[in-house]
Design a protein around this ligand. Structure first.
Ligand SMILES: *Cc1c(COP(=O)(O)O)cnc(C)c1O
Length: 372
């Protein structure tokens, strides 16, 4: 066990009134649920919550029983989709302590998403305090198996009952938590990607750089098309020219050249700036590798896969960490990446990142923050 004591709750977390459920799941039930949860299906006993009104600001910070929300059918979110979210994880280390990874970056991105969706910006201390308060309350739900974690889902929506079209004057912020195992039940394996040439998830001046539900709504039909073509995920192209790689529905994309140089689409305003993306760039650069952020034409990738100048392709995001891509297909092409197996650079950066997250190696970048 750890020789250090669990940290005191910060003042930001102490601002939350802890209203424990009188019917928590018992140890036996929780152990059964933690056995092998499919992604996003099991939730902890509590959720964190803050209410906002235009007149009163952020108020009523609390942790309460996880349960259904009371929503008027006229609630603005149900009609105009004024909603944003985040995704991050709490990791249990070998000494039983619990840590988050770069949560400040999620807090900053949440505020930026709020600005774009004309929602109120949640102060970073409330974002971080809500996570700390919830994880401290539901600490027993942080699993300790290999590649397991507690997935945290902060979100905010327009709760005001009003059908007029303007930013809502009443908003709810919540954090729910879900214990998760490895994203792919069968372990990390290369996935097939369908390149959507008829649909886009975001356009110039749109909401592509914000983490909002609407972007995901726009990605579901092309995602369905990808499944029908025998692929697991879609890769979107830029809406302006339909020629440049952007990202997958919920993951950023990287190419590894045969020369060892890594490239990834530059942040153009239509791509979501992943925390994993920025961490992967930092890890690759710290290992002495050249990483270039620029526009990547689909035509260049196709040629590169054919002539071998592109050796590896991978996607990355919090949920699935680093996912190798073994095949890339579209209306008039179907290409294998390398020999179709996980590449060495992909495997190494995945390992380096998870070693830091699970505390198996020192954290030279100061990315980890202890919660429990
Ligand atoms: C959340 C998300 C990502 C990955 O971001 P991380 O911070 O790495 O989890 C990538 N693309 C989209 C569209 C996303 O919503």
């Amino acid at each position: 066990m750890s020789t250090t004591h669990a940290p005191e709750l910060s003042s930001a977390a102490a601002a939350f009134d802890i209203r424990r459920t009188d019917a928590p799941r018992d140890d036996v039930e929780r152990a059964a649920l933690l056995e092998s949860p499919a992604f996003g299906t099991v939730f902890t006993d509590h959720m964190a919550r803050i209410t906002w009104t235009a007149d009163g600001g952020w108020q009523d910070r609390r942790v309460e029983k996880h349960g259904p929300l009371l929503l008027d059918p006229a609630a603005a979110v149900l009609h105009y989709g004024q909603e944003i979210f985040e995704g991050l994880k709490a990791y249990r280390h070998a000494d039983a302590s619990v840590w988050t990874f770069r949560a400040h970056a999620n807090a900053a991105r949440f505020a930026a998403s709020a600005r774009r969706l004309a929602l109120p910006e949640l102060p970073a201390e409330d974002f971080l305090g809500s996570i700390e308060a919830l994880v401290a309350t539901d600490a027993a739900w942080v699993p300790d198996g290999d590649e397991t974690s507690l997935y945290l889902r902060p979100f905010m929506y327009a709760s005001e009952s009003f059908l007029g079209v303007r930013p809502a004057r009443a908003v709810e912020y919540l954090v729910i938590a879900s214990p998760v195992g490895p994203y792919f039940a069968s372990g990390v394996h290369p996935v097939a990607i369908w390149v959507a040439e008829d649909f886009h998830r975001a356009g110039p001046g749109g909401t592509g750089a914000a983490k909002c539900g609407g972007n995901y709504a726009a990605s579901l039909l092309p995602q369905q098309e990808a499944y029908e073509k025998g692929c697991e995920q879609v890769c979107f192209l830029d809406a302006a020219t339909n020629t440049q790689l952007e990202e997958l529905g919920g993951m950023n994309v990287f190419l590894v050249g045969a020369s060892g140089t890594v490239t990834t689409p530059a942040l153009s305003g239509t791509i979501l700036e992943g925390v994993t993306r920025s961490s992967v760039i930092a890890l690759l650069r710290a290992a002495g590798r050249e990483v270039v952020e620029r526009s990547i034409p689909l035509a260049e990738l196709r040629t590169g896969l054919q002539d071998g100048s592109v050796a590896e392709v991978f996607a990355c995001g919090t949920a699935a960490v680093v996912t190798p891509i073994g095949r890339l297909a579209g209306e008039d092409f179907d290409l294998t990446v390398g020999d179709g197996a996980t590449g060495t650079v992909t495997a190494a950066v995945r390992r380096e990142l998870t070693d830091i997250q699970y505390g198996r190696v020192p954290d030279p970048h100061g990315w980890m923050h202890r919660l429990v």
